[in-house]
Unconditional design. Sequence first.
Length: 146
Amino acid sequence: MAGIGAKNTKPELLIRSGLFKLGYRYRLHGKSLPGKPDLVFAFRKAVIFVNGCFWHGHDCHLFKWPKSREQFWHDKIANNIRRDGKVRTELAEAGWRICDVWECQIKGKERLPLETVLSRCSEFLDGNALRLSVGGDETVCISEEE
C-alpha cells in the first residue's frame, strides 16, 4: 500500500491525456489550492480530482474493507472522507467549480467507456455547473463520533 502514489496514477494519466487531446490545457496538482487538485483549469475556475475508490471510501464494487488492522483502516478512510469534504467546501467558498472522477468509472467491471467519462468532464468544463461527480458521490458509512 505504501508504494501507491498520490500523483500520476493510471486513471489520472488517462483523464489527463484524454482532455489534452480534446484541446484542454491545465496545471497539475495545484499546490496553492486546498487539496492540491489533480487538474486545475484556472481560466475556467474549475478543478478535477481523480479519486481512487479505496483511498477515498467510494461506495462501489472496487471498495472492500481490509481484513487486517481493521480499526486503522476504518480511521484512515474516515479521515480521508472528512478531509475531502472540507477541501470541497473550501474550494467552493473560493469560487471554484469541482469535478470528481472516480476510479471505478475508468476501470473495473462497472467502468464506462473512456470517451463517455471524458465527454462528461468536457461538458462540465464548458458549462456552468458548480459540481459534477462522475460515478456518484456515495461514500462508505462512517460514524460522526470518531
